[in-house]
Design a protein around this ligand. Structure first.
Ligand code: AMP
Ligand code: MG
Length: 468
């Protein structure tokens, strides 16, 4: 097993990271492994690689990244408290990916934490990142979950594991906040230029490259959140340290897919004020981009008044761009190809969802295939009228099939699968779920049980936890 590491992040200011040692793991065992990803990355491997090799060799110099972040609205100094990047892997097409170990032990950024991760939470991240990738979203991917043979103490005693996470980079809005606050002006500029060159190299020669960089990050993260709305995803902890500048979804902590439609729905146990609820993800993204843009103001123009103006203008454009992308996406989900008032149709549809609290995913399936979902709500005149109106506007099946998943990760099934692992070390249900979401747009009657929404009682009381 060999990675092709050509790491360059560590050429930046040493204030931006801490060099750490490879985790000392003995008798580890592979819990899950993503062979297609190994192949995509062009990594040499045998069908049965030694899990310790997946964690990197002693030649490498792993590092933990420093970053800050606005957590629930408040500035905090953070960093990889339980993660390290073992290197940047270059593929044969010169694509660069961070190979990160999550749950790999304490670093200087661990604060009070133990640096560890429970196996079940890493399996959970593997499941969600896998499902999101297969749903067609830009996301971090999981290469493997490796059992560490160590115990992890939470409310109970758990088995520990390391997740190997692959991502274009782990540079996030919070890295800019950290660099601005703790690095010199030159170091900060060097970091910003590095981030642009790594992710937006086409901007390097542009006259207004910093402004264009801000615009590109806005565009990519808007597209990311619009895609979350498309598949009904609630991230759960949209702190600025969890928002990548590439528009890749990452940090699958207390996330979950929505069942019954509710703008106010929040799954995370710690999101008491519903800051990160389904409907607020758009506003929070804008808030986060406001924080990001502030770090770039000095680069936008020498004249600070003009720089502020440019910054404000971009945030104003955010709303129009978001609405445009959101509306285009919804038109596809509803198969609208020919309508004089498509906006009105989309709004009527949302009014129905709000009032009926119908299952988000299954409502689109029922629109595509009448009488396929056995729920009374789909026999009501309100729903049938909407369907008739949509039919007049196209109800284009091909378009809808591409944009409406048949199967998402149902959170009650995720919990059942994780319970089986926790209680019996049985991964059958995890594998079944991975299989069920591996081709989520393909209709398959054999997989019908994965379409079933949870009971109202489950959906009402279901809560997710982070930091596990
Ligand atoms: P998250 O909510 O997963 O984005 O985590 C927020 C911060 O807490 C990150 O910087 C993590 O590295 C850190 N963290 C989370 N869990 C632990 C842990 N068990 N030990 C040390 N640091 C942790
Ligand atoms: Mg995080």
């Amino acid at each position: 097993m060999t990675y092709n590491f050509q790491t360059n992040y560590t050429k930046l200011s040493p204030k931006l990271f801490q060099i750490v040692s490879k985790p000392n793991i003995l008798n580890s065992k592979t819990i899950l492994i993503n062979y297609p990803l190994i192949e995509k990355l062009g990594i040499n491997y045998s069908q049965n690689p030694n899990p310790e090799l997946l964690l990197g060799s002693s030649k490498e110099q792993p590092f933990a990244q420093a970053y800050a972040g606005h957590q629930f609205g408040y500035f905090t100094n953070l960093g990889d408290g339980r993660a390290m990047i073992i290197g940047e892997h270059l593929t044969s097409n010169d694509e660069r990916f961070d190979i990160q170990l999550k749950g790999s032990g304490r670093t200087k950024y661990s604060r009070g934490g133990d640096g560890k991760a429970t196996a079940s939470s890493m399996i959970r991240e593997y499941l969600y990142s896998y499902a999101m990738k297969k749903l067609g979203l830009k996301t971090s991917e999981s290469l493997a979950v490796i059992a560490t043979n160590q115990k992890v103490l939470r409310e109970d005693v758990h088995d520990g594991a390391i997740l190997i996470r692959v991502m274009k980079s782990h540079i996030r809005i919070g890295t800019f906040e950290y660099a601005l606050n703790f690095c010199s002006q030159e170091e900060f500029k060097e970091f910003v230029d590095y981030a642009i060159e790594r992710h937006y190299p086409q901007l390097m020669e542009e006259e207004q490259k910093y402004l264009k960089f801000f615009q590109s990050v806005i565009k990519n993260t808007v597209d990311m959140v619009v895609d979350w709305y498309r598949v009904g995803f609630i991230h759960g902890v949209m702190n600025t340290d969890n928002i990548s500048i590439t528009g890749e979804t990452f940090d699958y902590g207390p996330c979950a897919f929505i069942n019954s439609y509710d703008q106010q729905r929040t799954f995370s146990q710690i999101d008491t004020f519903k800051r990160y609820c389904f409907g607020n993800q758009k506003n929070i993204l804008k808030w986060n981009l406001g924080i990001f843009g502030r770090t770039l103001i000095p680069f936008l123009d020498k004249d600070i008044v003009l720089a502020e103006k440019l910054y404000n203008k971009e945030l104003e454009i955010f709303d129009t761009y978001f609405e445009k992308q959101f509306f285009t996406m919804m038109k596809k989900k509803l198969g609208i190809t020919d309508s004089k008032s498509p906006k009105q149709l989309v709004n009527t549809f949302f009014k129905f969802l709000e009032q009926s609290k119908a299952d988000y995913t299954n409502t689109f399936i029922e629109l595509m295939y009448p009488h396929s979902i056995n729920e009374n709500i789909y026999q009501t005149s309100e729903f049938l009228e909407i369907r008739t109106e949509l039919k007049k506007a196209g109800l284009n099946l091909k378009l809808m099939q591409k944009n409406n998943p048949e199967r998402i990760l149902r959170n009650y099934l995720v919990e059942e699968a994780l319970d089986d692992y926790k209680n019996f070390k049985n991964l059958d249900k995890v594998h079944e779920l991975l299989e069920a979401v591996s081709a989520p747009y393909t209709r398959d009657d054999k997989l019908k049980k994965f379409q079933q929404s949870p009971s109202i009682e489950f959906d009402k009381r279901y809560k997710t936890h982070c930091n596990t």
